[in-house]
Design a protein around this ligand. Structure first.
Ligand code: AMP
Ligand code: MG
Length: 417
């Protein structure tokens, strides 16, 4: 049985990212947020585009005002007014200034801005009540970016700030990776979909809806293939369909040692290479990870056979599937689970045999993460108190308790991670 760390490394090693050329599409800038850039972008214009003012004030020649002070102000003749968006009409000569505003172009001849607060206006004249630094408050052309230099690198998830950069570079058609296709199926004779009435012995298939939501949040496209009964022939056909149609497959249930747990056997029959059968974690021990070679591609299809227990299934997703999905999607780094140090507000316990995850809420109080365990049973079948989980406290193998007030590692999930 692999440790969690070994399984994580192996899974990332097995995951091949989408191809930046073959798996690329172009989207409008307005639809590019949260997509992953598939090619580096560079701009054709310097930024700032021209010398401009960082303040409302007066554009002056430094030589004229170097000796200015409140006691001995320099008086300059205002020869132009330059609102933002207009071009200066005059060259500033010795003894002259131009009224200027934030973002306005610096007029020729001027090299320094004196902010309005350090001046006194008298009709067409302005008194400079300070001795500014040379080139004060001038944003020089190309100071932040020179045309042709790399602007954004491939493999980044486009944030709002990145969109601002792309807009400034007038990049209206953005090359991004296509979303990976993730087939999802639930196995079990006892399962019914959420819209169906429950008969005795049945349980609602919550995993499919939950996994689809989590997959979509990573930016991938969920393909829900429904519920498949524990009947080997039907299951085999459905699994084959999933493998043929997706970059990554998630099934839940049927990977334990029960008489009706067929997934591993069928994977072998379908020609999979099985790399992981179980991981020393709790919840989530039965976890199957397999690969299928894909025709005309050196990127195999990844198959995750997740445990059926709702909590186990989601914990396995957060711990092992999400990193793989991030790498698959073209992200250049940051695939690993987000683990931070936190203070636990309650005592935490485990049997110490496997790396154990305790679910609950993470809070950021006075600059420090704190963890509050979810009330109710920490049983892998109790999906009810998994609601609103934002963190999993991790008790490593060999550690049976962490006392309230002590430090604990936290895997951040559900928007935090
Ligand atoms: P299994 O891994 O197939 O042995 O299932 C373990 C437990 O999880 C059983 O109690 C199942 O009824 C339950 N279970 C399996 N699949 C799902 C599912 N898709 N949604 C909710 N519960 C499930
Ligand atoms: Mg089952």
């Amino acid at each position: 049985m692999l440790t969690a760390q070994e399984a994580e490394s192996l899974i990332l090693q097995l995951t091949q990212p989408l191809d930046p050329k073959d798996d690329r599409e172009t989207v409008d800038l307005s639809a590019a947020a949260d997509r992953i850039l598939a090619a580096p972008v560079s701009g054709t214009q310097d930024f700032p585009h021209w010398d401009n003012s960082a303040m409302d004030g007066y554009a002056v020649r430094y030589g004229d005002v170097a000796q200015g002070s409140t006691e001995n102000p320099v008086t300059l003749d205002i020869v132009d007014e330059i609102p933002a968006g207009s071009t200066p009409k005059k060259t500033i000569q010795v003894g002259q200034a131009a009224r200027i505003f934030t973002g306005s172009m610096l007029p020729p001849g001027a090299d320094t801005i004196v902010m309005q607060e350090d001046t006194q206006r008298e009709g067409d004249w302005v008194k400079i009540l300070t001795s500014p630094k040379p080139q004060a408050f001038v944003r020089h052309r190309g100071a932040y970016y020179q045309a042709g230099q790399p602007l954004l690198q491939a493999g980044i998830r486009l944030s709002g700030a990145d969109i601002a950069v792309l807009a400034t570079a007038q990049c209206l058609q953005v090359p991004v990776y296509r979303s990976p296709n993730v087939a999802i199926l639930s196995t079990g004779n006892e399962l019914v979909s959420p819209g169906q009435p429950l008969q005795p012995g049945q349980i609602v298939d919550s995993n499919q809806a939950a996994l689809a939501a989590l997959v979509a949040r990573t930016g991938a496209k969920p393909i829900c293939l429904g519920i498949v009964p524990d009947q080997p022939e039907i299951l085999k056909a459905k699994m084959a369909e999933a493998i043929a149609s997706a970059d990554l497959v998630l099934s839940s249930g049927g990977v334990s040692v029960g008489d009706y747990d067929y997934v591993d056997r069928i994977l072998a029959e379908l020609g999979a290479e099985i790399h992981v059968r179980s991981v020393a974690v709790k919840p989530g021990k039965p976890l199957t990870v397999a690969t299928f070679p894909k025709a005309n591609s050196n990127r195999p299809v990844l198959y995750f056979g997740l445990p059926g227990n709702p909590v186990s299934s989601l914990v396995s997703f957060w711990r092992f599937v999400q990193p793989a999905l991030r790498k698959l999607s073209g992200l250049r780094d940051g695939w690993e689970p987000a683990i931070v140090q936190s203070k636990t507000l309650q005592d935490l316990r485990s049997d110490g045999k496997r790396e154990s995850y305790v679910w609950g809420q993470v809070r950021l109080t006075k600059g420090e993460f704190s963890f509050e365990i979810a009330g109710g049973s920490q049983s892998s079948g109790n999906l009810i108190n998994l609601a609103q989980t934002t963190g999993l406290a991790i008790l490593p193998i060999g550690q049976t308790a962490i006392a309230a007030g002590e430090s604990v590692s936290l895997l951040l999930v559900n928007g935090l991670g």
